[in-house]
Ligand binder design. Structure first.
Ligand SMILES: NC(=O)c1ccc[n+]([C@@H]2O[C@H](COP(=O)([O-])OP(=O)(O)OC[C@H]3O[C@@H](n4cnc5c(N)ncnc54)[C@H](O)[C@@H]3O)[C@@H](O)[C@H]2O)c1
Length: 475
């Protein structure tokens, strides 16, 4: 199991790790029910866990735990389930968790755990020596059972989405690609020149071939995909690893989705756009002469490796494209992540997008919020014959979305310095009316009630939308 898509998300770990607090927050982020097993048992039995231990003994408690745990795992709707610290002690429960859930170890060191629980009512936290002994005994059990490991809410969401965030992670790519089978690398010519060798070294003998695709949007064509299909030698035990920007991960992901009706793939995004957006959420695509991203597939990568160190070689113009998506994501989250050190901002944005996509993997509802500003951006790009940096178009699109939302635009002004573009107004308007989400020529917009509160499918009078679009165009 590599991601929690469509599966229960089981939280395991020692007492005091924060499974209940973190679990409740993760469940809210993923739009899932939260089951806290201890609380569930207390409610059913009408008494506290401590009481059950005291009056009926640990064996009786374990029997309740097994029953409640199996029931929770049998629920058909994927939930977030927090298991008690001793739950993995039961072979039967352990096997059921393995069968039905993606498991994340909520990590805590023994000192922190003891500080949190000492003096409380937990029956197994009465004296420090036995507490430490129990920790040493149980921790290996958690580690073996867990598919991922985390210590905070974002960390659990990222683990659930198969996303590994670590500066310098490229060096450890060999261990980060799940499984032990062969790996074929897809990368663009420029990225190959900078990181190709390091990726090869990290993959060691697992790397059996490298395929180069053109740098940038030119890679996203049917011809390039056909070349990949014909060059790949992987069987289903192998993994395709894409190293590069959004164009590379889009085309490589699409090749992985279709080759042999689907082989696993790993995304290693090397641009800011890739790390906060393109490599997250399982959308893959190529372009047609008729339009961008018209052919594609949903094919979630088994792992996404986000290494902020790769951004050091990224040209400023490419960073700007990513910054526009970063500001968009932060506006949707209602946070000022643009103030954070870049690596931290990337982690927050990646976790935000991952949660939205886990909630709505096939873009049937909530995920549409990620289009904030993009309806305008796409229209501007089309009217400019795509001779307009995406980040500049998104910056302008965000400006329009904020104005139509009746909100201040200072963040976009300060962070992205949007500059009006010189294009044909009628062409831009026509492109806006052709938007995939338009109904009867009037686009449905994503706006904000406030930062952090997106409103989807908003229909405004055409004149207002046109005025907002016009204000983005110079001359
Ligand atoms: N699938 C999705 O959900 C999704 C979301 C957003 C965007 N996208 C797609 O992503 C694409 C844009 O991706 P992008 O902005 O990452 O650009 P890109 O992939 O076109 O790369 C831009 C340029 O940066 C170079 N580059 C990449 N990494 C580098 C590094 N570390 N150092 C130096 N140079 C580097 C590349 O060689 C290329 O020339 C578009 O095709 C878009 O449709 C997809």
């Amino acid at each position: 199991v590599v991601v929690a898509l469509g599966r229960h998300l089981a939280l395991v770990g020692f007492m005091g790790a924060g499974k209940t607090t973190i679990g409740a927050k993760v469940a809210r982020r993923l739009g899932r029910a939260f089951v806290d097993l201890d609380a569930e048992i207390e409610q059913r039995e009408g008494t506290s866990v401590a009481e059950i231990f005291e009056r009926r003994g640990e064996a009786a408690f374990r029997a309740h735990e097994l029953r409640a745990g199996l029931e929770a795992l049998r629920r058909s709707e994927p939930a977030v389930i927090a298991f008690g610290g001793g739950a993995l002690g039961s072979a039967e429960l352990r096997a059921a968790i393995l069968d039905h859930a993606f498991t994340v170890l909520v990590d805590v060191d023994v000192e922190t755990a003891w500080e949190r629980v000492r003096g409380g009512s937990r029956p197994l936290a009465r004296d420090e020596a036995s507490f430490r002994r129990l920790y040493a005994e149980r921790q290996p059990l958690y580690e073996t059972a867990a598919d991922g490991r985390a210590a905070d809410v974002d960390g659990v969401v990222l683990a659930a989405a198969g996303i590994h965030v670590e500066a310098g992670a490229l060096e450890r790519l060999g261990e980060l690609v799940p499984g032990a089978g062969p790996v074929e690398v897809v990368t663009d010519a420029r990225v190959a020149g900078i990181y190709g060798m390091e990726a090869q070294l990290a993959l060691g003998s697992r790397a059996t071939a490298t395929h180069e695709v053109p740098a940038g949007e030119e890679a996203k064509t049917a011809q390039v995909v056909e070349r990949l299909w014909r060059a790949l030698r992987l069987d289903r035990s192998g993994t395709l690893v894409a190293v590069g920007g959004g164009a590379t991960t889009d085309v490589a992901g699409f090749a992985a989705a279709t080759y042999l009706r689907g082989v696993p793939w790993v995304a290693v995004p090397s641009t800011l756009v890739g790390q906060v957006d393109a490599a997250i959420g399982g959308k893959t695509a190529i372009d047609l002469p008729e339009g961008k991203n018209l052919v594609g597939a949903f094919h979630w990568p088994v792992r996404t490796v986000i290494d902020a160190a790769l951004l050091e070689t990224l040209p400023e113009a490419e960073l700007l494209n990513g910054r526009a998506e970063l500001v968009k994501t932060a506006l949707l989250a209602g946070e000022d992540w643009w103030e954070l050190p870049p690596a931290e901002a990337v982690r927050r944005c990646a976790a935000f997008k991952a949660a939205v996509c886990l909630r709505d993997p096939h873009d049937r509802g909530d995920r549409n919020q990620l289009n904030l500003g993009h309806t305008f951006a796409h229209a501007l790009e089309a009217a400019a014959d795509f001779d307009l940096p995406h980040g500049r178009a998104v910056a302008l699109g965000l400006l329009a979305a904020l104005r139509l939302s009746g909100l201040a635009t200072d963040v976009v002004d300060e962070q992205l310095r949007p500059e009006p573009v010189r294009i044909d107004r009628d062409r831009a308007w026509a492109a806006l009316a052709r938007d995939k989400k338009a109904v009867g020529g009037v686009p449905r917009l994503v706006l904000l009630d406030a930062p952090g509160s997106p409103r989807l499918g908003v229909e405004l009078p055409a004149a207002d939308v046109r005025r907002a679009l016009d204000s983005l165009i110079a001359g």
